[in-house]
Design a protein around this ligand. Sequence first.
Ligand SMILES: [Zn+2]
Length: 396
Amino acid sequence: MANQSLVRHINERRLLAILRVTGPVPRAELARRLSLTRASVTGMIDDLLARRMVRESRSSDDPATRRDVGRPGVDIAIDPTGAYFLGVEIGVGVLRFALMDLAAGVVETAAQPIDRKSSPEQVIDLIAAKLASLRENRLYRASIRAMVVTVPGLVRRDGHVVNLPILGWKDVNLTPLIADRIDLPCHIENNANATAFGHIYSDPRPHHGVVVYLKLGTGCGGAVIIDDKLLRGGNGLGTEFGHLRIATDGPLCSCGQRGCLETFVNLKALQRYATNKDVDEGATDPDLPAQVAAALVTGDPDAERAVTTLSGHLTDGLVDITSIFDPDEIVLGGAMLPILDAVVARVGPPLNRRMVPGMSMPRLSVSRIGAFECAIGAAALAHHEEFDLSNLDLRT
Ligand SMILES: [Zn+2]
């Protein structure tokens, strides 16, 4: 990219980022914030208007107090229909989709069941079919810019799926397989990373600090966001909190070891605590958290024991996580959502007691986005690419 067009590209991204954070603003204000001349900003806006990335909107400000005398009463805003971003969650027995517009609004979600033994090629064909059906809508036809696909397992930065025992995928280089079948820029991401990113991305203001996210369901995924950036680790495989060793023994983990946090706080563990019986592979009921939550309200002792036991083990993991990351906030999400308020209530006091003296107690919260949180997070990551200056290739 030549220097001049690179500078323009950077300024376009800065302009869009300002509009995303502040909402509609007058042209003069944009020029001031970008430290550019009015003429430069006008040229850039005209170009963005032609590409439907921004649009003019009537200002709600009092005209008498406005400095933008050239176009009184007209602000510049992001045009939501200017571009769309597709998030795809490859889940266990399910594919979920979320389509996000340029204003980061979710415009469509959809889910379809898949065979748990589907091959990567079969799953990619289903994603390609969904994309084709979305493109039949004239609104999206030429405007879907990018896609992020998530998997519930280890995936390297380059999209190479290292290990996905839940689906039986191992050493699958997903990026070229997708590129062969789908004509859209695509990144592959770990499901917990995408979900965590979606949780913070709904608020467009910059976030300063450390957010830890735990996705509790069939497994226990983890993610850390520092100043709005995902901490992926050297190869993209970091923050796998499910494999923190909290015991010397315990049920066999998907990683082949025993004593991992995941085996004490996942759906199978909840079922074990609720029934006092071992649970066979694949026998967990996805409705179990809702059933336990309903029973908890009635004072059912089995439900109480299940939630309290799970919370105790989770606290063991959170004590270590807090010592390592000193997080401002710990967010719990995933399929366990119905019981997570009860878990937070049981985790908070012992975590506070067991933290290293002098450390601040992190805020504990629950992500309530629901079943599409991962697909929405994936779409948010794709959307973020449109605004993130650090992802630009600065070689000229
Ligand atoms: Zn493990």
